[in-house]
Design a binder for this molecule. Sequence first.
Ligand SMILES: [Zn+2]
Length: 219
Amino acid sequence: MTINNRTRKLLWGYSGNRCAYCKRELIMDATTQDDESVVGDECHIVSDKSNGPRYNPEFLIDEIDSYPNLILLCRIDHKMVDDQSEKFTADFLRGLKAKHTRWVAETLELATFLKNLPVTKSIEAAFLKVKSSMPELIAEMKKDLTKEGKDLIREFFIVSKRWALNAVDHYFVYYFEEHENLQGKVHVLENYGFVIDVTSKNVNKYRMTEEFIDLLLTS
Ligand SMILES: [Zn+2]
């Protein structure tokens, strides 16, 4: 029983090096001390052993090691699907693999699309997306920046009204009570690179980037 190199390449490539079940990456990057580690298994959907998982006497022996009969899984999920082969039937695994390879293709397509967008366009698109998902917060930030004498303020706190907060003259403050899921919204801003986490002493503090401020003020 051997899987040839071409089949192996197809399997790893179409799976995006990820487990079809939990989607974890199956090759751990090398560290300064160690080489990369392969933690994935090339699993047979239909076993060729009569006591093996999902064995089917009608399945052609020549097809055992072919791409359609293989699925890439992490060690844990490989053991699970083989131990519980009544639940994880051949059809289930084929469906799982098809869904996973589609997910990989779509994810790569999206990544390529975003990479090829002109930089300014993608930043503006990201800002518009953010603005539509949290219009009140964006409007309040814009209003704060246009207040007299506040145009050079960059940092803000996110707090509860129940907490006593001293000396906030040089900062903006946004309250959990006024913005639903405020922490989540700020995390989104952070993920887009619009704000930077500068938290100190357990109070959530963030700094707006100049790019973000330009977009806010011209929006
Ligand atoms: Zn897994």
